[in-house]
Design a protein around this ligand. Structure first.
Ligand code: F6P
Length: 324
């Protein structure tokens, strides 16, 4: 009987629990034994591994965070750490793994599966950043953009009441997906993303145009990884250009974007991909990220998924320009 270990690693994302549930229940359905590995790679090193049954994933579908906890393990980066992890997996007879996480998770998965080829390893894209190649959307992204959108809607209310300019910083590490979608959905005046060089003069010009059109407030969305700095730095640079037409405020949305109950889209994606990951293991597949593109399930080698980041659609930036 195949024994499958499942874990979550790196930044948690809404829908990770739905993915765990799907992996566990599909494994049981296909006659395999599922094991939960706590705190990501660190739990593998520390032998925090427990057998799971269908009830251990009851009533978690709608919960944010991850019941298996998460961590970023320094020890697993070392050869000795990985050897400990391998020994622990063997102790439980685990011969296949489903890793749910982002690019850091798959970097670890790539190294481990090259060193220990007798344990199958597949990955599921679990991150709010949506920056992975090999899937249209990552698990948690849809919830995060909806959370960001409703937070920005609320900021707009107060921005309007006080005739203010708000710089709102959103997460995404070095990717601008959250910023761009949240910006379009809230009608932001400008969206600054790491994928495009930020021109402060052009931004000020745009804001002046906004004033000339008698708009009494403005929202600028800043992706945390933007090349011109975070929202505070950008606000300072705008001020330094002598732009004083609006009173300015900065709001950092931060980790609230990572929490909360997953949207229907994220629950669906997690449920589908969890099942597909177990089926892939059953078919002997290893060393790949299991993703979904259009309606198709796609396998992308870890190496490729990490190296080639998903590209931002420039058409979406054009939408911001035209509609704001
Ligand atoms: O990768 C998910 C993410 O939330 C990024 O958007 C962000 O840059 C990072 O994790 C924050 O990490 P931490 O929770 O360790 O501060």
């Amino acid at each position: 009987m195949k024994k499958i270990g499942v874990f979550t690693s790196g930044g948690d994302s809404p829908g990770m629990n739905a993915a765990i549930r799907s992996v566990v229940r599909t494994a049981i359905h296909l006659g395999m034994k599922p094991y939960g590995i706590y705190r990501g790679y660190q739990g593998m090193v520390d032998n925090e591994i427990v057998e799971m049954d269908a009830f251990s994933v009851s009533n978690i579908l709608q919960l944010g965070g991850t019941i298996l906890r998460s961590a970023r393990s320094e020890e697993f980066r070392t050869k000795e750490g990985r050897a400990k992890a391998y020994k622990n997996l063997k102790k439980h007879g685990i011969d296949a793994i489903v890793a749910i996480g982002g690019d850091g998770t798959f970097t670890g998965a790539k190294v481990f599966s090259q060193e220990y080829r007798d344990i199958q390893f597949v990955g599921l894209p679990g991150t709010i950043d949506n920056d992975l190649m090999g899937t249209d959307y990552t698990i948690g992204y849809d919830t995060a953009i909806n959370t960001a959108m409703s937070a920005i809607d609320k900021i707009k209310d107060t921005a309007n009441s006080f005739d203010r300019l708000f710089f709102v910083e959103v997460m995404g590490r070095d990717a601008g997906f959250i910023a761009l979608r949240a910006g379009i959905a809230t009608g932001a005046e400008a969206v600054l993303v790491p994928e495009m060089e930020t021109d402060i003069d052009a931004l000020v010009k745009k804001l002046r145009k906004n004033v000339a059109r008698r708009k009494n407030s403005a929202i600028v969305i800043v992706a945390e990884g933007d090349d011109a700095g975070g929202a505070f730095k950008i606000a300072e640079q705008v001020k330094a250009k002598g732009f004083e037409d609006y009173e300015m405020r900065v709001s950092i949305l931060g980790h609230l974007q990572r929490g909360g109950s997953p949207t229907c889209m994220d629950r669906m994606l997690a449920s589908r991909l969890g099942m597909e990951a177990v089926k892939a293991l059953q078919a002997g597949v290893s060393g790949v990220l299991v993703g979904k593109k259009c309606k198709d399930i796609v396998y992308t080698p870890f190496e490729k998924a990490i190296k080639n980041k998903q590209k931002l659609n420039p058409l979406l930036l054009e939408i911001v320009e035209i509609l704001s």
